[in-house]
Design a protein around this ligand. Structure first.
Ligand code: M3P
Ligand code: FE
Length: 314
């Protein structure tokens, strides 16, 4: 019943032309589909499915939904039963309702976010092809993001983080890799990181005032690529809220920055570490929260936990 990886994010943006320019020329993604209403679908050079981002023109910069890919179409039926037995209602959308995808099993997570599962999406292939490929695309633009790596969703309070984490562990078989504990005896989870692969996280949840999207992260190879990405951002006057730094949590090498609508993005480089099913959970206590997030400075960054994209729904 395998969920294999993060598939795409669907967000609303303020100026679709400015967003196209940004995601193509700075992130290095390509538009692979454009709808009559202006909606854009984009992929990174190292991805093979048709898209990993959906940008919808809107008056508000909000979050719509997040999708993960399962191995086989029949997994959708198995998961539907498992999710509904757990007490969460689902709907099976027919093929084509989500652009270029097969049927989609959609639900509201315990956190309230719309979450989709699909098995099939139109195939395009990597920009370097799969016969004697070059290691990177010589005509790639900007930071040349490899692939959509993970997303961090904001949940309303630790209870919602805990209920959603439990759901991912028990229903989706994700592995909890790291957590920030809070409250009496550290009995609450204020943030959790979960993996469905061998990387430190494919999705994460943090407690905040409202449900929303904290950031969308894209993979880069290593520290030198992070430095180069920050150079590209500076050349283009991209707003950063964190210049290159190390995460204590997940050990990633990172930059946090914003797209033109104010959605927070991240470049995440390095393996972090290799996740095995029996790896012990790493815990950060409340006193070490900021060391966990920004390992070098260990200092609170004002708007980091309060400014983020709200969901398009309550
Ligand atoms: C990451 C990561 C927060 C921590 C974020 C950590 C928002 O983004 O990729 O490990 O508390
Ligand atoms: Fe991240």
């Amino acid at each position: 019943m395998g969920i294999t990886r993060i598939g795409h994010l669907d967000i609303n943006v303020l100026d679709i032309n400015e967003s196209r320019d940004y995601y193509e020329n700075i992130m290095g993604m390509k538009v692979t589909r454009e709808d009559k209403d202006g909606t854009l679908y984009l992929k990174c050079w190292d991805e093979w499915d048709k898209y990993s981002m959906i940008l919808r023109p809107s008056e508000e910069a909000t979050f719509n939904r997040i999708a993960f890919k399962v191995r086989n179409d029949s997994d959708l039926d198995d998961l539907k039963k498992k999710i509904e037995d757990y007490g969460t209602p689902t709907t099976m959308l027919p093929a084509g309702e989500i652009a270029d995808c097969g049927r989609v099993l959609t639900m509201k997570l315990p956190s309230g976010h719309t979450f989709d599962l699909y098995a099939e999406k139109a195939f395009i292939g990597k920009d370097v092809g799969d016969l004697n490929p070059a290691p990177w695309p010589i005509n790639g633009k900007g930071i040349k993001a490899h692939w959509l790596d993970h997303s961090l969703l904001m949940c309303q309070g630790p209870e919602a983080v805990m209920a959603t984490t439990k759901f991912f562990e028990e229903v989706f078989d994700f592995k909890l890799t790291e957590q920030v504990t809070a409250g009496p005896d550290g009995s609450l989870q204020a943030a959790t990181w979960l993996s469905c692969s061998s990387t430190p996280h494919d999705i994460a949840f943090v407690a905040g005032p409202e449900i929303g999207l904290h950031h969308i992260a894209f993979f880069l190879d290593g520290w030198n690529d992070i430095l180069r990405a920050a150079d590209v951002m500076a050349m283009n006057e991209v707003k950063m809220d964190l210049t290159p730094q190390r995460h204590g949590i997940t050990r990633g090498e990172t930059i946090y920055f914003f797209d033109p609508s104010g959605h927070r993005l991240e470049t995440f480089a390095g393996l972090g570490y290799f996740v095995q099913p029996d790896m012990p959970v790493v815990t950060w206590d409340e006193d070490h929260l900021w060391r966990g997030i920004f390992y070098h400075t260990g200092q609170e960054v004002g708007a980091f936990t309060t400014a983020y994209t709200l969901a398009a729904y309550k």
